[in-house]
Design a protein around this ligand. Structure first.
Ligand SMILES: CC(C)(COP(=O)(O)OP(=O)(O)OC[C@H]1O[C@@H](n2cnc3c(N)ncnc32)[C@H](O)[C@@H]1OP(=O)(O)O)[C@@H](O)C(=O)NCCC(=O)NCCS
Length: 182
């Protein structure tokens, strides 16, 4: 396995959201993150994940290690509206999705799926064969998204790992074999 799966926890916020009736009209470009994106990535991460956002030093180090699989949605005016990050290890051909988010006002317009499909394609092109992630069991939006992409709960225990991130921090572990899929 690769690095510790660091998927964020979202304990006290609602997960399900209806599409914004007045969506931001600016088109978004999906691209690989650059070093100059780090402050804006931190802003977005904090806006979505608040007290469980990655600390600045960790985001910097994740960037240094995994920039190839850190994708962002850029509106071309200096603002990022989503990101996905996967950590990989060449030796075992495995990867963990370490972060995924879409800005609240941009949700339910296919952007989360777009980020995931793009990073999975890149992982496959990099020779990765197995992708894992953790998700809070109550995070229905994310679980449904991952299931629709072919992720399945990893046995044993239907994927549920009690106290995975500490007391009371249960997580589902989900898994996707990339070979021959998508
Ligand atoms: C999870 C998240 C990234 C989804 O992003 P999104 O852009 O809103 O998702 P999409 O519009 O691409 O939806 C893709 C699929 O996800 C599921 N989904 C997303 N939001 C949903 C909701 N509110 N209710 C039910 N299903 C939902 C659906 O299966 C949807 O497919 P469909 O549109 O064909 O029904 C977004 O809700 C988010 O950033 N949440 C907060 C951070 C988070 O929880 N990250 C994941 C941590 S593991």
């Amino acid at each position: 396995m690769t690095a510790e799966p660091l998927e964020h926890a979202l304990d006290r916020r609602g997960y399900l959201r209806e599409p914004d009736p007045f969506p931001d009209p600016r088109p978004l470009v999906l691209r690989t993150a650059q070093e100059s994106d780090l402050p804006e990535l931190r802003r977005l991460d904090e806006a979505v994940f608040q007290e469980v956002a990655y600390p600045a030093f960790l985001f910097r180090q994740l960037y240094e290690m995994y920039a190839e699989h850190l994708l962002v949605l850029d509106d071309g005016e200096g603002r990022l509206h989503g990101y996905v990050l996967a950590g990989t290890t060449a030796l075992s051909r495995e990867s963990w999705v370490l972060g995924l988010c879409v800005a609240e006002e941009r949700r339910r317009h296919g952007l989360g799926r777009e980020l995931m499909v793009a990073v999975l394609a890149r992982l496959r092109d990099s020779g990765i064969e197995q992708v894992r992630l953790t998700v809070e069991p109550a995070n229905r939006a994310a679980v449904l998204l991952y299931r629709s992409l072919g992720f399945c709960p990893e046995q044993p225990g239907a994927g549920l790992r009690r106290d995975y991130f500490g007391p009371g921090q249960d997580r589902l572990i989900m898994h996707l074999a990339l070979t021959g899929s998508h």
